[in-house]
Design a protein around this ligand. Sequence first.
Ligand code: C2E
Ligand code: MG
Ligand code: MG
Ligand code: MG
Length: 284
Amino acid sequence: RASDLPGNAIAVFDEEMNQRIKSKQEMEVALRRALDSDEFSVHYQPQVALDSGEVIGVEALIRWSHPEMGNIPPGQFIPTAEETGLIIELGRWVLRRACMEVGGWPKPVQLSVNVSPLQFEHGDIVADVREALEESGLPAERLVVEITESLLITETSQFTAKLEELRACGIGVALDDFGTGYSSLSYLGRLPIDKIKIDQSFVSGLPDNAASTAIIRAVLMLADSLDKSVIAEGIETVDQAWLLRLLGCRIGQGYYFGRPCPAVDLVAKLNEDEADKMPMEAMG
Ligand code: C2E
Ligand code: MG
Ligand code: MG
Ligand code: MG
C-alpha cells in the first residue's frame, strides 16, 4: 500500500516517470530530425557458409550517428520508433538504402533486412519491398525479410497473407531470435517461413553447455524435417563455429566472422575473399 512506502517514494517515482516520458518525447523529436538530416546509415554483417567460410549473405543493421550523443544502438531507439509509428518510414528507408547498396556489389550475396511487424500492420510492406527492388535492380530472390517472433503477438491472417505475398514474389522470410519468444514452435507450424535464426543466447552456451547443445541439435533436426534452413547467430569463437558445423548447421553469423561494418568495408572483404580463392584455382 502507498501508506507503507517511505515518505518521498511516490515523489521519486513521479520524477522517474516524468523523466521517462520526457525522454520518450525527446527521442521522438530526435528521430524525426535524424531521418530528415541523414543521421542514419546501414551497416552489414556477413553470413558465412560454415563449411567453406564463404560469405553468402549479409544482414542489414541500422546505425544512428547523433551529432552530440554519438552512436546510439538500435536497441535504444527502435522501441520508440515502434511506439510512435516512425518505424514505418524508418523501415522503408532501411529497405531502400540496403537494396540500393547491396544491389551494386560485385558479388550476388543475399540481403537480409529486419522488418517490424508494424510495417505489416500499418504500412504497406509489400509495396515498399517491390519499390525497393525495382529502384535498386536487386532480384527478389536475393532479399530476405527477418521478422522477430517476440513481436508477432499481433499475428493476424492479414499478416500471414502479406508474408505469402512476399514469398510469391520470390522473397525469403526468416524467423529471427528463434527460441526466445513465447510460442516459437507454434509460429513455426503456422507462418510461411523459409529460414530459422537460432538466437545467440543458445550459441553463447557452446561448446560447454550441454543444454544449449541439445537445444541446437533439436532445432536443426526440426528445421530439417520442416524443410527450413538454419542460421546460427552470435558466433564469437572458432570452437562455436566448428561445433555448429559438426552438428550440421550450414550458415553462421557473428563477431567471429565479422562485425557489422559499412558497405565499403564489406565490399573490400568480398574482394579479399575472391583474391584468396584465385591462387588455389590457378593451381588447378
Ligand atoms: P538482430 O536482428 O537479432 O541482429 C543481431 C544483433 O546481434 C545485432 O545487434 C548484431 O550487431 C549483434 N551481433 C552480431 N553478432 C554478434 C556476436 O557475435 N555477439 C554479440 N554479442 N552480438 C552480435 P544490433 O545491430 O545492435 O541490433 C539489435 C537489434 O535491433 C537487431 O537484432 C534487430 O532486432 C534490431 N534492428 C537492427 N536494425 C534494424 C532495422 O533496420 N529495422 C528493425 N525493425 N530492427 C532493427
Ligand atoms: Mg535480424
Ligand atoms: Mg537475432
Ligand atoms: Mg533481435
